[in-house]
Design a protein around this ligand. Structure first.
Ligand SMILES: [Zn+2]
Length: 194
């Protein structure tokens, strides 16, 4: 059971853009959070592996999720090997858009502040405008959201290496062509309920 649990922790969930473009891999916890919050839905799952969330919900293991809205991404292939993200790479990834308010941004914000141990990683850095950056300062994301009503426009992610992305993309197109995974067309119905 322990070994199985460890394997489960290591398995990653493939994230597709709404266009079926391969975006990245994330943890299943994050994937489930995206699905529950309504920004993504599961299009492929492992029905033999059930996950239990802290909130008491049970899900089949999601192996692939698709974003509801198109995420504009600027790839920077030569930077993608690095765990520590360069400022220019973060700004490029986020398209110089403040990830809190959506306005033009040219500064970098640590989601978990450096004073609280936040690292210079792809997942902890986002583009921010001057105003959001100074409002957030040393606050946690939760405190910033409580004070301003703003939260992250989207989860920051570490871009995949081009070769890995290409392989994953080929597999997705093959499975789409064979009807193994299907185009999703019922997002609008879900919108009505939220
Ligand atoms: Zn802003």
């Amino acid at each position: 059971m322990r070994a199985r649990q460890r394997r489960l922790m290591k398995r990653r969930v493939l994230v597709l853009n709404s266009s079926f473009e391969v975006l990245t891999y994330i943890s299943w916890e994050r994937a489930i959070t995206h699905v529950i919050s309504g920004v993504a839905r599961v299009i492929d799952s492992d029905e033999n592996t059930l996950l239990h969330t802290a909130g008491g919900l049970t899900f089949p293991y999601p192996s692939c999720i698709i974003m509801k809205n198109y995420v504009k991404v600027n790839w920077q292939p030569d930077r993608m090997d690095e765990d520590i993200a360069a400022k220019s790479a973060i700004l490029t990834r986020d398209g110089f858009m403040c990830m809190y308010c959506g306005e033009h941004g040219s500064t970098i914000d640590h989601i978990v502040p450096q004073s609280q141990g936040g690292a210079n990683t792809w997942e902890n850095l986002v583009c921010a405008c001057q105003s959001c950056n100074s409002l957030k300062a040393d606050k946690s994301l939760a405190d910033f959201t409580r004070d301003t009503g703003l939260s992250l426009i989207r989860e920051p992610f570490k871009p995949l290496k081009a070769s890995r992305r290409d392989r994953a993309q080929e597999e997705i197109y093959r499975r789409l062509a064979s009807g193994d995974i299907k185009i999703v067309d019922d997002f609008e119905d879900e919108d009505d309920n939220t």
